[in-house]
Design a protein around this ligand. Structure first.
Ligand code: GDP
Length: 298
């Protein structure tokens, strides 16, 4: 499902989240652990204002654990607690509640000091499309609540969903847009399957992914596709395309006459990458972002 984001959509999405801020104690920002900054909304700090925030690195089952560890340190250095989760196979509710209580401990203690019973913590899940918001809400609710693939600007009556006895979530997540204007961000999101490829060409996405794999995960790449050797330089386009062709031949992606169908080869490469068949792979590291964006960490 692809959402067409227009300026009007963005304004509406932003306003919808801001309207909900007064109802909640904390925002739960869902990111894709494989591409934490590419899957982040560029205006998130402005949108959430100073609301306490917990960052969840979802799909951590597909991400490189070493990279995830570094991302947690990266967020910690910015004063944000980040927790890796797997919304499909795991049940992160308990840990989310525990972290949320830590985050709001001053408020909870103040209530206790006044002799009040601490109020149920109220949270709102926010994130870009396809990051796993509905999957997480359903998991935390223990039943199917959110229809996957909500659209921005579609309002419905909102309800609180109980998560155990200490927490409630708004049933409709806040849907944010990614940082489209940055081409590398687009490729990272497309390679991981976070956005549909209609926007970018499939062979271009696969080439981008293949370069990254050659540069960062050569062993995983060799093993998955039984490759003897790889190009030294990931920027050597001809050599990287030759690897794609070799994979294509191995996957039977052939045109009549025996030439490799590069588009079919690309589909196979991306399908296997996204399904985790090459192992746990992250496509963005904190230091690459620092190099890339200079001092603008957002
Ligand atoms: P939403 O658009 O943010 O609500 O995203 P969805 O909840 O619809 O999830 C998008 C896709 O990601 C679905 O195919 C989910 O099964 C998948 N997904 C969600 N969370 C995880 C996770 O932690 N690990 C993996 N492997 N897949 C996930």
């Amino acid at each position: 499902m692809t959402i067409q984001w227009f300026p009007g959509h963005m304004t509406r999405a932003r306003r919808q989240i801001q309207d909900k801020l007064k109802l909640i104690d904390l925002a739960i920002e869902l990111l894709d652990a494989r591409v934490p900054l590419s899957s982040r909304n560029p205006m998130i700090d402005e949108i959430l204002q100073h609301k306490p925030r917990l960052v969840l690195l979802n799909k951590s089952d597909l991400a490189d654990p070493e990279a995830t560890k570094r991302w947690i340190e990266y967020f910690a250095a910015q004063g944000l607690q980040a927790l890796p989760i797997d919304a499909v196979a795991g049940n992160p509710s308990r840990e989310i509640i525990q972290r949320s209580k830590q985050l709001l401990s001053a408020k909870i203690e103040a209530q206790l000091r006044k002799g009040m019973k601490p109020r149920t913590l109220r949270g709102l899940i926010v994130g870009i499309p396809n990051v796993g918001k509905s999957t997480l809400i359903n998991k935390m609710a223990g039943r199917k609540i959110a229809a996957t693939g909500d659209r921005p600007g579609v309002t419905k009556g909102q309800q609180w969903i109980k998560v155990g006895t200490e927490m409630e979530l708004l049933d409709t997540p806040g849907i944010l847009w990614p940082k489209f204007e940055d081409q590398v961000v687009g490729y990272r999101l497309a390679a991981t399957g976070a956005i549909k490829e209609e926007i970018l060409h499939i062979t271009e996405i696969a080439l981008f992914a293949m370069r990254y794999l050659v540069g960062n995960y050569p062993e995983a790449l060799k093993e998955r596709f039984s490759l003897e050797s790889l190009p030294q330089d990931p920027e050597d386009t001809d050599a990287v395309v030759a690897v794609m062709e070799e994979v294509g031949r191995k996957r039977g992606a052939l045109l009549s006459g025996g030439r490799v169908d590069l588009e079919k080869a690309s589909i196979a490469i991306l399908r296997e990458l996204r399904a985790g068949k090459l192992g746990r792979i992250s496509m963005e590291l904190p230091e690459e972002v620092l190099e890339f964006q200079g001092t603008d960490l957002r």
